[in-house]
Design a binder for this molecule. Structure first.
Ligand code: NAD
Length: 478
C-alpha cells in the first residue's frame, strides 16, 4: 500500500514510522498508510517555515488570493471523492462528510477574498502635524494542531487564514484520521504555495505536537482538541511568550421550555445530540427540560430514536455512523455504566450493535431523571450519549445551563421572545442558538466559546484576523 508522506521543506518525505488509517465502519478496511514524523522532521519543517516567512509575508495579495481560490475550486470539484474518504476514515455519514468537505471549500473561498480586503487605518495624532497609521502584519510561523472529529473543516479554518494573512504554516493533523488532512495538504501544495511556506507533519501528539510546543521558532499556535492537551499547549506557549488560541471541549445545554414547538424541539435535540455520532464539540449533551413538556418530550425523542438508522457511514440511508475507534467507544460505554450507577435512568439505547462489517456501532443513548451533579452531566463524553434534566421553570433551566465549566454553545427551544432574548443575553456560552441545534454554524462569522471551552481570539470570518495578524501602530512626522 502506498505510503502517504509528510511534506517538509518543499519535499514529500517518509516518516520515522508509518500508521494504518482504519475505517471505523469496517475495521478490516485499511483506508491508507500514513507517515509519522520524528522530532527531527518536525524541526526541519519549522526551520523551513521560519526561513521562508520573510518572503511570503511580503508576497502579493493577488498571489495569495489565487492560491486559496484554486484550493477552494479543487475541493469543490472533488467533493464526492473527498467526502467518501472522510466518511471512511472518521465514520460520519456520507452526506455529513460531503457537507464538511464543502465547508472547507467555502472557507478557502472566503479567505481568498479576505486577502483582497486587508486594510488599515490612518488617524490624526493628538500631537498636531503627526500622522498615525495602524496596519496588520503577519505573525510569523503558525503551528496548527487539530483533532480527529472534523478532519478537513478545522484544518481549513486554521490554514486558510494563516496563509491569507501572510504567515507560514507547520500543520499537525490528528494521528487517528490523517487521510482528509493529507488530501487537503496535497491540494494546497499543488495550488502553488512556495516551498517551505506550508509543511505537513503527521504523527503523534507526544512527538510532533510536543516538538512544536517546545520550539521557540513557532510564533503562534492555534489548537483544537481536548482541555487536557489544550492546557499543555497554553503552558508551553506562555513559556515561549507566543500567541495561542485554544478551542476545546463542551458540555452544551439545550433548554426546552413548556411553550416550545414540540416537533421543532425534538428535531433540534436529536440532531444536536446524536448526529455526527455525537462527536461534535458543539453537541447538545445536556437536554434541560421544564416540567410541563418533559414527559411528552422524552416520549417523542425516544420514539424518534427508535427509527434512527445506525450503520456503515458510506451506506445510503445511514443517519448515524459508528464511533471513531475502540478507545472512544470504551469511553462512551464506560460513561453509560457510570450514568446508571449514579442513578440515572437509561431510557433508550446504549447497546453495542452489530452490522454486516465489524465496526464501532453504538445505539444512541438517552438518560432521563438525571441531576446536575452527575458525572454524565459534568464531563464531556464525546459520543452519542445525552441526558435529560427535569427543571421547574425558565430560571432554573438557565441556572442549570450555565452550571458547567464549559461554555461553547447553548440552545433554547421556545416560542417566547422574552425568554429567547433573556437566554441570548444571559447564557454563558460563546454561541447561542434559538430553536436551532447547538451544533451547526456559519463560516463567515466568529466561532468560539467561553470558560474552559476556549481561550484567545475567535476563529473564522473576519475575526480570524485578530489571531493571524499583529497590529502595528506607526507615527510619522512628515
Ligand atoms: P486531543 O486533545 O487528544 O488531540 C488534539 C490534537 O492535539 C491532536 O492532533 C493530537 O495529536 C495533539 N496532541 C496530543 N497530545 C499532544 C501534546 N502533548 N502536545 C501537542 N499536541 C498534542 O483531542 P481529540 O481527541 O483529537 O479531539 C477531541 C476533542 O476536541 C474534544 O474534547 C472536543 O470537544 C474537542 N474539539 C473542540 C472543538 C472546538 O472548536 N471547541 C472542535 C472539535 C473538537
Amino acid at each position: 500500500m502506498t505510503l502517504h508522506q509528510n511534506f517538509i521543506a518543499g519535499s514529500w518525505t517518509d516518516g520515522a514510522e508509518a500508521a494504518e488509517n482504519i475505517n471505523p465502519s469496517n475495521t478490516g478496511d485499511v483506508v491508507g498508510n500514513y507517515a509519522r514524523a520524528s522530532r527531527e522532521q518536525a524541526d526541519q519543517a519549522i526551520a523551513a517555515a521560519k526561513a521562508d516567512f520573510p518572503a511570503w509575508s511580503r508576497s502579493g495579495i493577488q498571489q495569495r488570493h489565487d492560491i486559496l481560490k484554486k484550493v477552494s475550486d479543487e475541493i469543490v470539484a472533488r467533493k464526492d471523492e473527498l467526502g467518501k474518504l472522510l466518511a471512511r476514515e472518521e465514520g460520519k455519514t456520507l452526506p455529513e462528510a460531503v457537507g464538511e468537505v464543502l465547508r472547507a471549500a467555502q472557507i478557502f473561498d472566503f479567505f481568498s477574498g479576505e486577502t483582497l480586503r486587508l486594510c488599515g487605518e490612518k488617524l490624526p495624532s493628538t500631537r498636531p502635524g503627526i500622522d498615525v497609521e495602524l496596519t496588520r502584519e503577519p505573525v510569523g510561523v503558525i503551528g496548527i494542531i487539530t483533532p480527529w472529529n472534523f478532519p478537513i473543516a478545522i484544518p481549513a479554518w486554521k490554514i486558510a487564514p494563516a496563509l491569507a494573512y501572510g504567515n507560514t504554516v507547520v500543520f499537525k493533523p490528528a494521528d487517528l484520521v490523517p487521510g482528509s488532512a493529507w488530501a487537503l495538504a496535497d491540494i494546497i501544495i499543488r495550488a502553488g504555495v512556495p516551498e517551505g511556506v506550508f509543511n505537513l507533519v503527521m504523527g503523534r501528539g507526544s512527538v510532533v505536537g510536543d516538538a512544536m510546543l517546545n520550539d521557540s521558532r513557532i510564533d503562534a499556535i492555534t489548537f483544537t482538541g481536548s482541555v487536557g492537551t489544550g492546557k499543555k499547549v497554553a503552558v508551553a506557549c506562555v513559556e515561549h511568550m507566543r500567541k495561542f488560541q485554544l478551542e476545546m471541549g463542551g458540555k452544551n445545554p439545550l433548554v426546552i421550555l413548556d411553550d416550545a414547538d414540540l416537533a421543532v424541539a425534538v428535531d433540534v435535540a436529536v440532531n444536536g445530540a446524536f448526529f455526527s455520532t455525537g462527536q461534535r464539540c458543539t453537541a447538545s449533551s445536556r437536554l434541560i427540560v421544564t416540567e410541563g413538556i418533559h414527559d411528552k418530550f422524552v416520549a417523542a425523542v425516544t420514539e424518534k430514536l427508535k427509527a434512527v438508522v445506525v450503520g456503515d457511514a458510506l451506506k445510503a440511508g445511514t443517519q448515524i455512523g459508528p464511533v471513531v475507534d475502540q478507545s472512544q467507544l470504551d469511553q462512551d460505554t464506560s460513561y453509560i455504566d457510570i450514568g446508571q450507577k449514579e442513578g440515572a435512568k437509561l431510557a433508550f439505547g446504549g447497546e453495542l450493535l452489530s452490522r454486516e462489517t465489524p465496526g464501532f456501532y453504538l445505539q444512541p443513548a438517552l438518560f432521563t431523571e438525571t441531576s446536575a451533579d452527575m458525572r454524565i452531566n459534568r464531563e464531556e463524553i464525546f459520543g452519542p450519549v445525552a441526558s435529560v434534566m427535569r427543571v421547574k421553570d425558565y430560571d432554573s433551566a438557565l441556572a442549570a445551563a450555565n452550571d458547567t465549566i464549559f461554555g461553547l454553545s447553548a440552545g433554547i427551544c421556545t416560542t417566547s421572545l422574552k425568554h429567547a432574548s433573556h437566554f441570548k443575553r444571559n447564557s454563558e456560552a460563546g454561541m447561542v442558538m434559538v430553536n436551532l441545534p447547538t451544533a451547526g454554524v456559519d463560516y463567515h462569522v466568529p466561532f468560539g466559546g467561553r470558560k474552559a471551552s476556549s481561550f484567545g481570539p475567535r476563529e473564522q470570518g473576519r475575526y480570524a484576523a485578530e489571531f493571524f495578524t499583529i497590529v502595528k501602530t506607526a507615527y510619522t512626522l512628515p
